[in-house]
Design a binder for this molecule. Sequence first.
Ligand SMILES: Nc1ncnc2c1ncn2[C@@H]1O[C@H](COP(=O)(O)OP(=O)(O)OP(=O)(O)O)[C@@H](O)[C@H]1O
Ligand SMILES: [Mg+2]
Length: 379
Amino acid sequence: MHVQALELSRFRNYWSLSIELDPHLNIFVGDNAQGKTNLLESVYFLATGRSHRTNRDADLINWLGEEAKVTAQVTTRMGSFTMRADLSRDRRKRFMIGGEELRRQSDLLGFLNVVLFSPDDLQLVKGSPNMRRRFIDLLLAQTSKVYRYDLVNYNKVLQQRNSFLKSIAEGKAKKDDLLLWDEQLIRYGTQIMVRRAKAIERIGELAGIGHREISGGAENLTVHYLPFYAAEEASSQARGALSADEVAEGFAQGLAANRHQEMRRGVTLVRPRRDDILFRVDGKDARQFASQGQQRTVVLATKLAELEFMYEEVGEYPVLLLDDVLSELDFSRRSSFLEVISGKVQTLLTTTDRGNFQQDKLCHFREYGIVDGQLLREG
Ligand SMILES: Nc1ncnc2c1ncn2[C@@H]1O[C@H](COP(=O)(O)OP(=O)(O)OP(=O)(O)O)[C@@H](O)[C@H]1O
Ligand SMILES: [Mg+2]
């Protein structure tokens, strides 16, 4: 899939912008603070319904404006359609596909799939588990309708269970009735976790292949799913995908073990929100032992795996947003990366220094200069 054209109005430092994009490679060149990341952010926002760098949507509206709009003409194998996001300081955000407003924000996912690789992603290995869960959740939410459905239901059940726990803590509800909520929580939670485990297993296989290529076969990357109830040790052994029964049992045990604490505190403590992903290079925990360069290679391989995973699940590649990450790679790593994506993945790439790409054999691309929220030239 690809974005044919993009229009921004009052988005961040763009007062008004309209561009046609190349279906393959687009390079945005500009000095610091000119609007390169803002441009990628607008595409990410339209695709996922949120920004990758702020939770406050109002920050996305130009300081001098009241409303912002992002519009894109998108082409997928299903056809071509218009997507639009409207942001306002005093109304909730709205999303439209082909002129029709979506009822729920979660319905937006799947229309335009994106993979973002920004400097923050270098934290994927060493950063907080939260980042890794966001990574797997967005990947699955973009590629699986069932996962989106399970997530929505899970969150509903979680909220209801929490208010029920609060009522118990306040002495207003009977403990026994909690079992009903446990059952539902386990049901949706298990579905989510089994899907996560399966996806991470596949991502691990794909990333392992990419990693061997990038590292010249010198190192071996493995990726492991750490369910919230399992000790790190348990997951360190190579194992197949988790079975639903196994997860449901781990879930039920976790709930039983935390029953008193949950009732006292009036909140659910046991949940897939505590899951994690572990990267190992040659069997060693990359979080503790990987060098800067090794971390970067792991992340690069994981991003490539993400592209392939999406292709396998959806039947076409997502749009790749590369925010100033390639210039930090050495020449051979950058070349092998560009080689893998060239010709098959629409890429929007930013850089402060065009010189970084002078030596690369880039197939077919369009180049844009960005200065102070305006497009300078188009080559
Ligand atoms: N809501 C807003 N309204 C107007 N300007 C904004 C808004 N939010 C951010 N900006 C400005 O946008 C400018 C460009 O930001 P952006 O992050 O896109 O820069 P960049 O080109 O990616 O720079 P770098 O190379 O340093 O990453 C910043 O100077 C920032 O002050
Ligand atoms: Mg930037």
